[in-house]
Design a binder for this molecule. Structure first.
Ligand SMILES: NC(=O)c1ccc[n+]([C@@H]2O[C@H](COP(=O)([O-])OP(=O)(O)OC[C@H]3O[C@@H](n4cnc5c(N)ncnc54)[C@H](OP(=O)(O)O)[C@@H]3O)[C@@H](O)[C@H]2O)c1
Length: 346
């Protein structure tokens, strides 16, 4: 049997505990299955890159209503970019570059839909294969719709972005700069802070591990924050709420500080009242009908050199669980991907 006949898989082997929801190696089990057969009306994809997302911790715990449920023993859910390597489906040709929720495995047989029941999309022409998992995928679209539709910045606004060196945050800050705003990031450690300022063009970045975040926001934005795009929650959310400008908008994208331990809600939420502010959560899939609009704008900015893609690629299928676990200790800079195979058509 050759390597091409084996379908490597990571199966869900356990769920993070309710009271201590840390993702552990033991929650995954390696498996080798035969390469799947393709029937009439189906096609077979071979994945090259897997997208690694903090939300997977919630998918493992079945907390996300927008994701297919997962039983113990199922292939771990996840987005991937892949090549069509066999096809008996009129809409997909061998060699097409496609993306969707194919799971943590080499091969997936599709009837035109992914494991989430969503039509398998073809990669836009001329985009690098990783783009649809990062800046042109749900990561970029989260930054785009969360910032522009929920945060609604206007030129001259001060925009605060937490998780600034992460996948969504690193793009959000750049988009806010494109919208003519002053952008302050919050990230963990001097290396990440340097990167978002020097390479990505943020105006400033606060190291939440060593600095007093609320005091630093006040010093950098004496007039207050007009838009707060929060990826973190907990004490970082409180520091932002303590510094809102009148009529501020708080776009709640994520709360990663609370994914692996139980944290209390913001004690100072009354600031929303005092500042006549709006705090609104959103999920990127709610904007699916407008994804083409977002992708077109994001592609244009990338092509014009105005938006930098930020990918952090781990090499090797065996690295996949560790790549997810690493998100919760800040191991990544930009979008975490895992390369699991070469392009079968290169
Ligand atoms: N609403 C939506 O539709 C949507 C879609 C995608 C993602 N999200 C959410 O957006 C957030 C960012 O997602 P992403 O894909 O861009 O991942 P990401 O930011 O790349 O996630 C990993 C980063 O989170 C930070 N982090 C981890 N634990 C932390 C803690 N306890 N306190 C503060 N920071 C912590 C780390 O950076 P540091 O080194 O800076 O700590 C780490 O590098 C997540 O909360 C995710 O669930 C929401």
């Amino acid at each position: 049997m050759s390597a091409n006949d084996i379908n490597r898989q990571w199966l869900l082997n356990g769920r993070p505990e309710e009271n201590n929801p840390v993702v552990l190696d033991e929650h995954f089990k390696y498996n080798e299955a035969p390469r799947p057969e393709v029937g009439p009306g189906q096609f077979l994809v071979r994945s090259m890159y897997l997208s690694i997302d903090p939300a997977m911790q919630g998918w493992m715990r079945e907390l996300a209503d927008y994701m297919a449920p997962m039983k113990i023993g199922d292939v771990m859910l996840g987005r991937a970019v892949a090549r069509v390597v066999e096809s008996q489906h009129p809409g997909y040709q061998v060699g097409d570059l496609v993306y969707g929720v194919f799971g943590w495995q080499d091969y997936y047989v599709s009837d035109g839909r992914d494991r989430n029941g969503i039509p398998v999309n073809k990669q836009p022409k001329n985009a690098p294969p990783t783009a649809v998992l990062g800046a042109l995928g749900t990561t970029g679209l989260t930054a785009y719709f969360g910032l522009f539709d929920v945060g609604r910045p206007v030129p001259g606004d001060v925009v605060l972005v937490s998780g600034a060196a992460g996948a969504v945050g690193s793009l959000t800050g750049q988009l806010a700069r494109l919208a003519g705003c002053k952008v302050i990031g919050i990230a963990g450690g001097p290396k990440k802070c340097d990167w978002v300022v020097k390479d990505l063009g943020f105006d400033a970045c606060i190291d939440y591990q060593t600095e007093k975040v609320a005091d630093r926001i006040a010093a950098l934005a004496p007039g207050g924050i007009n838009v707060f795009f929060d990826n973190v929650g907990g004490s970082v959310l409180e520091a932002g709420l303590a510094n809102l400008a009148m009529n501020a908008r708080v776009a709640l994208c994520g709360g990663i500080a609370g994914y692996t331990k139980i944290i209390p809600g913001p004690a100072n939420y009354m600031q929303l009242i005092m500042k006549r502010a709006r705090m609104e959560g959103f999920i990127v899939v709610d904007y699916m009908s407008r994804w083409p609009e977002g992708m077109a704008r994001l592609s244009q900015w990338i092509a014009e050199g105005k938006l930098k893609e930020t990918v952090d690629v781990a090499d090797g299928f065996d690295k996949t669980p560790k790549a997810l676990i690493g998100l919760f200790s800040g191991a990544n800079m930009g979008k975490q991907l895992v390369k699991i195979g070469d392009d079968p058509f290169s």
